[in-house]
Design a protein around this ligand. Structure first.
Ligand code: 2BA
Length: 94
C-alpha cells in the first residue's frame, strides 16, 4: 500500500476530491499553507493499493492546473500538484 500526499491549489481541491471519491478512492482533505507564498493551499491524503498509484496520480494530473501567481514584484508558476508517494507499513481501521 502507498500513501499519496498531494499539495494542490485550493481551486482544484473540490473537483479533485469529487473525482477521487467518484472513482472509489479514499481521500482526506486538509487546509494547508505554502511556505514560500504563505498562501492557503490544500493537502490531500490518498491511501491506495500499489497497483492504484498510477490511476490516482492520473486523476490528480487531470484535475489540477498550473497557474502563475504573484510573488512580490515577480511571478511564480504554481502546481499543478506536488505529490509525495510514501510506503505504508500497515493500514488499520480500528
Ligand atoms: P509554496 O511553498 O507557497 O510555493 C509556491 C510556489 O512558489 C512553488 O510552486 C514554486 O513555483 C515557488 N517556489 C517555492 N519555493 C521557492 C523558492 N525557494 N524560490 C523560488 N520559488 C519558489 P510549487 O513548486 O508548485 O509548490 C506548490 C506548493 O507545494 C508549495 O507552496 C508548498 O506548499 C508545496 N511544496 C512544494 N514543494 C514542496 C516540498 N519539497 N516539500 C513540501 N511541500 C512542498
Amino acid at each position: 500500500m502507498k500513501l499519496l500526499i498531494a499539495v494542490v491549489q485550493d481551486q482544484d481541491a473540490g473537483p479533485l476530491m469529487h473525482r477521487l471519491i467518484e472513482k472509489g478512492f479514499g481521500a482526506t482533505k486538509l487546509a494547508s499553507t505554502g511556505g514560500f507564498l504563505r498562501q492557503g493551499n490544500t493537502t490531500i491524503f490518498i491511501g491506495v493499493d500499489d497497483e492504484q498509484v498510477d490511476a490516482a496520480r492520473e486523476c490528480i494530473r487531470q484535475n489540477c492546473r498550473h497557474r502563475r501567481q504573484a510573488a512580490g514584484p515577480s511571478e511564480v508558476e504554481v502546481g499543478a500538484a506536488t505529490v509525495f508517494v510514501l510506503g505504508v507499513d500497515r493500514f488499520e481501521r480500528i
